[in-house]
Design a protein around this ligand. Structure first.
Ligand code: LLP
Length: 422
C-alpha cells in the first residue's frame, strides 16, 4: 500500500495534489511519500520483532539525504556500497555503528575512511579484500567486525542483471570454500569475525530462493561455530520484490518474509540484519512528467513526455514495467487508446512502454510513473545534457524540494577547457 491516491479528481501524494507540485517545481520531478517510506520500513521492523535485529536500508535504492534522515531517525541502519553512500548516511545523522559496508570492490581509501569514522561491520567478498582490510585496520590500530558474503549458488529466479547468488556471479565467496576462508581470517590481525552475509538478488517475488539460501547459511553457522568462530550476526541481504503492475499477483509481504527467516535461522540465537532497498523506496516514489506532444505514427501513436531514459533507466535497461497513470483522474468507463510512451532522447531505447492503454491525453497533461522511488533518481544521468531532475519529499500536507533542479549554467560550468584550447 502506498500514499499516492486519487482524491477530488487528482492524484495526490499524501495530502498534496501532484498538480500543485508540478506548478511549484515543474516537471519532470521525482516525488516521494514519507508516510510510505516509514510504513515500509516499519513493516520489516515488525516482521523481525521476534528477535534482535537491524533493518539496514540499502542506500543505493534512493540515496537522497532527506530520505536517509527520515529512515535513520526512525531507527534504520544503512547498507552502503561506497564512500559516497557512507558519507550520505553520516550526513543524514546515522551513526557509524548502524552502517554496514557491502560491495565487491572496496578501495583502500574507502576502507580507511570508514574505519576512521566508525562502521558497524564490513561484509567481505574476496580473499584479496580481506588481506587488504587486515593491513588497513592494523595500520590504524583498530579491530574491525567482519562477515564474509557467501555465494550459496541459489537461483533467485529474477532478471539476470540483478541476480547475484549463482556461482557464476561476481559476488561473494563460494559457500563450499567458506571454511578455509574463515580459517584464514582468524589468522589475520585487525579483523574480528562476527557473522555471515548473503544476498542472492533483487526483485524476488518468491520466498523459496530466500529459504534455500538461508537454510544453507544456517548449516554453515553450525559448521563455523564448530570450527571455533563466533557467529553472532547474520546479514541476510535485501531483495524482496514489489508489485510493479497493480494488475498482477502481489509478491510476498515483509511479514511472510520475516517468518521464513525465523523458520530457517531463528533458532541460532543470532542478531538478524537485512538490507531491503526496493521494497522500502520503490512504491514510495513516483516520477511526475508532462506530455510534450501526441504524435500520430504509422500504425502506432506516440506519447512524447518530458522525462526520458536518463531520468528513469529501468525500462530501457531491464525491460522493466512501470504503471503509468494520468494525474487527472479519468472518468469511469472512459475509452482508452494505446500509445507508445517515449522520452525525447535520441535512442529507440528511450521507450517507457509500448502499446500502453491510456485515457484521453493531450499535450501538457501530467502523467505519473508509479513505483519509481527505488533505482529511479539514484540511477539517473545527464545523458543528452539533460540536467538531473529535482526530488521532492511530501509529508502530510507539506512538501519540500530535497534536491533542486540545477540550472543549465551549473551543469555546463562543471566542465573546463584546457588552456591550450583557449
Ligand atoms: N544488499 C546488497 C548487497 C545488494 O546488492 C542490493 C541490491 C540490496 C541489498 C538491495 O536489494 P533490494 O532490496 O533493493 O532488492 N538497479 C536494479 C536493482 C539492482 C539491485 C542491486 N543490489 C533495478 O533497478 O531493478
Amino acid at each position: 500500500m502506498d500514499h499516492f491516491l486519487y482524491r477530488d479528481g487528482a492524484l495526490h501524494a499524501e495530502d498534496v495534489p501532484l498538480t500543485e507540485i508540478a506548478r511549484g517545481v515543474g516537471t519532470p520531478v521525482y516525488v516521494y511519500s514519507a508516510a510510505t517510506l516509514l510504513r515500509h520500513y516499519n513493516l520489516f521492523d515488525e516482521a523481525l520483532a521476534w528477535g534482535p535485529h537491524l533493518v539496514c536500508y540499502a542506500v543505493k535504492a534512493a540515496s537522497n539525504v532527506a530520505i536517509l534522515k527520515l529512515l535513520g531517525d526512525a531507527g534504520a541502519g544503512m547498507d552502503v556500497v561506497s564512500e559516497g553512500e557512507y558519507r550520505r548516511a553520516r550526513a543524514a545523522g546515522v551513526p557509524g555503528d548502524r552502517i554496514v559496508f557491502s560491495g565487491v570492490g572496496k578501495t583502500e581509501g574507502e576502507m580507511r575512511y570508514v574505519l576512521q569514522n566508525g562502521i558497524r561491520q564490513i561484509n567481505l567478498e574476496s580473499e584479496p579484500e580481506m588481506r587488504l582490510l587486515s593491513k588497513v585496520a592494523t595500520e590504524l590500530g583498530v579491530e574491525v567486525p567482519v562477515t564474509v558474503r557467501v555465494n550459496p549458488d541459489v537461483d533467485a529466479k529474477t532478471h539476470e542483471k540483478i541476480a547475484t547468488g549463482k556461482s557464476d556471479n561476481k559476488f561473494g565467496i563460494p559457500i563450499s570454500r567458506a571454511r578455509e576462508v574463515y580459517a584464514e581470517i582468524a589468522t589475520l590481525p585487525g579483523l574480528r569475525v562476527v557473522g555471515i552475509d548473503v544476498h542472492i538478488g533483487s526483485q524476488l517475488t518468491d520466498l523459496e530462493p530466500f529459504r534455500a539460501a538461508y537454510r544453507k547459511v544456517a548449516d554453515l553457522t553450525g559448521v563455523l561455530r564448530a570450527d571455533g568462530h563466533e557467529i553472532t550476526r547474520l546479514d541476510l541481504g535485501g531483495g524482496l520484490g514489489i508489485p510493479y503492475a497493480r494488475s498482477n499477483l502481489a509478491p510476498p509481504v515483509p511479514m511472510e518474509y520475516g517468518t521464513v527467516i525465523q523458520e530457517e535461522v531463528g533458532h541460532l540465537g543470532c542478531e538478524i540484519e537485512i538490507e531491503p532497498g526496493r521494497l522500502i523506496a520503490g512504491n514510495a516514489g513516483i516520477l511526475l512528467t508532462s506530455t510534450i506532444f501526441v504524435k500520430e505514427g504509422e500504425g502506432r501513436d506516440f506519447l512524447i513526455v518530458d522525462a526520458a531514459m536518463n531520468d528513469l533507466i529501468r525500462p530501457a535497461m531491464y525491460g522493466a514495467h512501470h504503471d503509468i497513470v494520468p494525474v487527472v483522474e479519468p472518468a469511469p468507463g472512459v475509452e482508452t487508446r494505446a500509445f507508445d510512451i517515449v522520452g525525447p532522447i535520441c535512442e529507440t531505447g528511450d521507450t517507457f512502454a509500448k502499446g500502453r492503454d491510456m485515457p484521453p491525453v493531450g499535450p501538457h497533461d501530467l502523467i505519473a510513473f508509479r513505483s519509481a522511488g527505488a533505482y529511479g533518481a539514484a540511477m539517473s544521468s545527464e545523458y543528452n545534457s539533460r540536467p538531473l531532475i529535482p526530488e521532492v519529499l511530501v509529508q502530510g500536507d507539506q512538501y519540500a524540494v530535497i534536491r533542486p533542479r540545477p540550472t543549465y549554467e551549473e551543469m555546463i560550468s562543471r566542465d573546463s577547457v584546457p588552456h591550450w584550447l583557449e
